[in-house]
Design a protein around this ligand. Structure first.
Ligand code: HEM
Length: 505
């Protein structure tokens, strides 16, 4: 009888403790909302990262929102973002909650790698991607491919300069990144002649414009499904269908001509795994296609748009451009073109790239899902809560960055000397243009290569002229930050290209 009494008392104490901790560790603050839809209008506003930024500067870095009855937590400081993306990243390693309407789609669907839950499939594919495509060893092996594409890009710029033709920087960069990625993953470029290349670039742009719709669908889709409306299904399926036709053709080419290539590419590797019944993980044709769709999207527009933003900043800041050029000339010399292997020796170029990505993060909003209930910053986050990390706000947070709206690459020229560890740790904490943790960007190094050699080439070889005094830096785009007025320039050659040795390798 005594034992039963003790157990009962213990239970009672635990219940009291539970209630107390729930009371003590409550939900984050919730700003005023609208009836029924809650805070959905903030998500629908254009651009939502700016409305969210205003909301967080008024109410705080961790806010509890809702879209209908779906809980969302908005994260807007480096410290809180780090908690979600790094410290507790296992719990937030799944990106979107299940979206039943996208099941059959190659884009954002159930075959996706990027929105795959953290588990065996994601781990298997990540390993493959690092080993065969994005790790430093594989990047070394594909350097020649990128060098050839860079040469074509450079020749195009010299031609345009000679003809006094305008260069659309974003568009030309998109060709460079797309051609390079396509050759790295499937052994050949998409053909310009039969319109295939233009089709892929168009599909990437269309996919990015659908990304916000997908995010909304992933948060409130289940609710709408209940009332019989399949949010955005038709639009997303149309794009998926177009990718499907293109990729089926490319897969067939690979299957029909297995021996005709010198090098094994990513497509060959994946088809082999797909056909192998004893493979460590069984992958399907649709999973291969979906991965390629995601590599087209993640690997091309990101670097192309970032390069465009950085070039615009350099044109608006001639003193920074001058310092950068001086660094390139002193490291690369004045007899050969800049190449990939120069990048580690160009700290100011690296600082320029970092600062460009800080001010103009290609992906301003990151989304994660809480697998289980947990605590962030002392507040309770319920299971299945959608976490929206406003990278744009974190990267411009006035509490973390001096003159947050100014383009100042010098802030990243921290010396490696002792005693500066705190400063560097602080910078890293607040620096999330590639996300962070397990689900952080896998192509960060490749991204820096694409941007570094392109900016390096453009600065080394040409002077840049625009209409007017300054480039207009207005932003557009929702889930991808684009320039509202694409950068168009005329170039003046500033080196004697004929005397430069051809040192691409
Ligand atoms: C300037 C260039 C780039 C930027 C700014 C960028 C940015 C990002 C961001 C913000 C994420 C989400 C991270 C998170 O949720 O924590 C991401 C994920 C990803 N990126 Fe990049 N990226 C770039 C280049 C690339 C390139 C070149 C590739 C490969 C070809 C690539 C492949 C990926 C992949 C596969 C993921 C998903 C990782 C996963 O879910 O596990 N990215 N990127």
């Amino acid at each position: 009888m005594a034992a039963i009494t003790v157990d009962f008392q213990l239970c009672f104490i635990f219940i009291l403790l539970g209630l107390f901790s729930l009371f003590y560790c409550g939900l984050p603050l919730s700003p005023p909302s609208l009836p029924v839809i809650g805070h959905l209008h903030f998500l629908l506003s254009v651009p939502c990262y700016k409305s969210f930024q205003k909301l967080s500067s008024k109410y705080g870095p961790l806010l509890h929102l809702r879209a209908f009855n779906s809980p969302i937590v908005l994260v807007s400081s480096g410290f809180m973002a780090n908690e979600v993306l790094k410290t507790q990243d296992l719990n937030f390693a799944t990106r979107q909650r299940e979206v039943p309407i996208m099941e059959r789609s190659l884009l954002f669907g159930s075959f996706s790698f990027v929105s795959a839950p953290y588990g065996d499939y994601w781990r298997f594919m990540k390993k493959l991607l690092v080993e065969k495509l994005l790790g430093s060893h594989s990047l070394e092996q594909t350097r020649l491919i990128r060098a050839k594409e860079l040469k074509t890009f450079r020749a195009m710029l010299f031609d345009k300069a000679a003809e006094k033709e305008t260069v659309d920087v974003g568009k030309e960069m998109m060709k460079l990144t797309n051609n390079s990625i396509c050759r790295m993953i499937m052994g050949r470029k998409c053909s310009e002649e039969n319109g295939e290349a233009e089709q892929v670039r168009g599909l990437v742009t269309k996919s990015l414009s659908l990304a916000k719709k997908f995010l909304i669908a992933s948060i409130v889709g289940r609710f709408f499904k209940l009332v019989g409306i399949s949010l955005f299904e038709k639009e997303i399926m149309e794009v998926s269908q177009m990718y499907d036709e293109l990729l089926e053709k490319i897969m067939k080419e690979h299957e029909e001509n297995p021996d005709k290539k010198e090098n094994i590419d990513m497509m060959d590797v994946l088809l082999e795994v797909c056909a192998d019944d004893n493979a460590e993980f069984q992958i399907s044709r649709n999973q291969i296609k979906a991965l390629f769709v995601e590599l087209f999207i993640a690997g091309t527009d990101t670097s192309a748009q970032t390069t465009q933003w950085i070039m615009a900043e350099l044109i608006n800041h001639p003193e920074i451009l001058k310092r950068l050029r001086k660094e390139i000339e002193s490291v690369v010399g004045e007899t050969r073109f800049i190449q990939e292997t120069d990048l580690p020796s160009l700290p100011y170029l690296q600082a320029v790239m970092k600062e460009g990505l800080r001010l103009h993060p290609h992906t301003p909003i990151l989304a994660r899902n809480a697998t289980e209930g947990c605590k962030i910053g002392g507040y309770y986050i319920g299971q299945n809560t959608t976490m929206i990390i406003n990278a744009y706000a974190v990267l411009r947070d006035p509490d973390s960055w001096e003159y947050p709206g100014e383009f100042q690459p010098e802030r990243f020229m921290t010396s490696p000397s002792k005693g500066k560890e705190d400063e560097r740790a602080q910078l890293a904490l607040n620096y999330i243009p590639f996300g962070s943790g397990r689900r952080g960007c896998l192509g960060k190094n490749l991204g820096y290569i694409f941007i570094g050699v392109a900016i390096g080439t453009m600065v080394q070889c040409f002077d840049w002229k625009i209409n007017g005094d300054k480039v207009y830096m207005e932003e557009t785009g929702e889930m991808a930050l684009h320039m509202a007025h694409p950068l168009k320039c005329t170039l003046v050659t500033r080196i004697n290209a004929a005397s430069f040795e051809s040192a691409d390798l």
